[in-house]
Design a protein around this ligand. Sequence first.
Ligand SMILES: NC(=O)c1ccc[n+]([C@@H]2O[C@H](COP(=O)([O-])OP(=O)(O)OC[C@H]3O[C@@H](n4cnc5c(N)ncnc54)[C@H](O)[C@@H]3O)[C@@H](O)[C@H]2O)c1
Length: 459
Amino acid sequence: MNVAVFGAGYVGLVTGAVFADLGNQVTLVEISPSKIEQIREGRSPIYEEGLDSMLARVVGANRLRVTSDAKEAVPFADIIFVSVGTPPMANGEADMRYVRDAALAIGRSLLPDRPRVIVNKATVPIGSANLVEIWIQDGFATAHGGETLSTDWYAVASNPEFLREGTAIHDTLYADRIVIGTDKPWAIDRLRALYDPIVHQSFEPPPEALRPAGLNHVPLIVTDRISAELIKYAANAFLATKISFANEIANVADRVGADVAEVMRGIGLDARIGPRFLNAGIGWGGSCLGKDLAALTVMAENYGYVPRLLEAAADVNRQQRLLAVKLVQEELKTIKGRRIAIWGLAFKPGTDDLRDAPSLTIIEELLRLGARVRVYDPVAMENLRRQAPELSVEYAPSAMEALDGSDALILVTEWPEFRDVSPSELKARLARGVVIDGRNVWDPAAMRSAGIRYRAIGR
Ligand SMILES: NC(=O)c1ccc[n+]([C@@H]2O[C@H](COP(=O)([O-])OP(=O)(O)OC[C@H]3O[C@@H](n4cnc5c(N)ncnc54)[C@H](O)[C@@H]3O)[C@@H](O)[C@H]2O)c1
């Protein structure tokens, strides 16, 4: 099929590359000149496992093109994805200006010659598919002297995205489920056809993402647009609440002398609960959980419902980030003039994304209290330099060099390379031997027997 994708970010770029690799002809429409240039050269502007090699392959084979001009993509497309950003505004609502701009551009470029499906893949507030229809009509009217585009020629569907950064290609090809929301049967058929190789796992797995053993089918849910839009928010709200729940229990565990890791293992084996997303630590972050939880909260309130559980999940998370600073303070007493090393800046391992990263809250608080902060992250340091030049931190060339001369270490992101560190080396390099394990990855007994003043979350 001929596919257009608006927005070549974490979602759009991966979606475009994967559909191109599955044999479709894909055109990305992007407004950032530097992203366009890098993609044209077959290089990924973001750090995402396997994306560089997949991009090089599909760009080299002329199956993926990129342009800034909607007219080079929309008239040829059977399916048009909208995967531009929907960042939070100050009141928590999603900012729809990028979706509006994309929808207007689609409307201006649409031709009344054959039916096309416009697909909201971005996470958008409930009812946004209706808005996108209006914007498409507005765009069409601008380009066609006020004319209306017959609804025979287009359908707006919702197809929320659930990929995780760090495993985005894998998650796209081997999704837990695909959700399609539209009431037009021909649009359902077309999206079913596009997703068919994924649903039936009939493609040859690419070298970047091998098929999990035993997987031969991915469930595809077809529903109405409003339910599809709410599925995305409900999924992220549940995941955020699950982690906040583990953190709440961790805070109780700390007070009563239990080990939260044991407690979560004990409850996670219950099939009704499940073991994943129960790791206690310094809380969740990233571009989606906080933003989507806030947007769902505002939406519920707009419709006259106070979502107390969602508000509590966000509160617990805010408090949890500062727990890392509180633990350092308990060990060092005075923070002013102390040197603190931070391992990990990205909101989770496997990505360079710093959006709503707990590291930022922790660094700001340490600087506010007068600490000197030295940071190390294997891939996200360049982004911090660029996005937060006002943060006066020192950048260490390696994890170990971040420790030299530091009084304490806070582990913020559990990159695999941090897991195997030797406790005696930590002890030797840290002036005061204080280690705050914000992700509960190290063995408390091994740390303590090396003489480290080790603090973790709920252990
Ligand atoms: N990042 C994730 O893990 C993830 C997962 C699931 C869903 N989502 C949702 O997907 C959407 C996109 O997220 P993202 O992380 O890919 O964002 P992103 O910021 O990485 O990418 C958005 C891209 O859209 C481009 N853009 C903005 N306006 C445009 C326009 N009018 N025309 C063409 N391009 C335009 C931007 O330049 C940018 O490259 C959001 O709604 C997000 O909530 C994200």
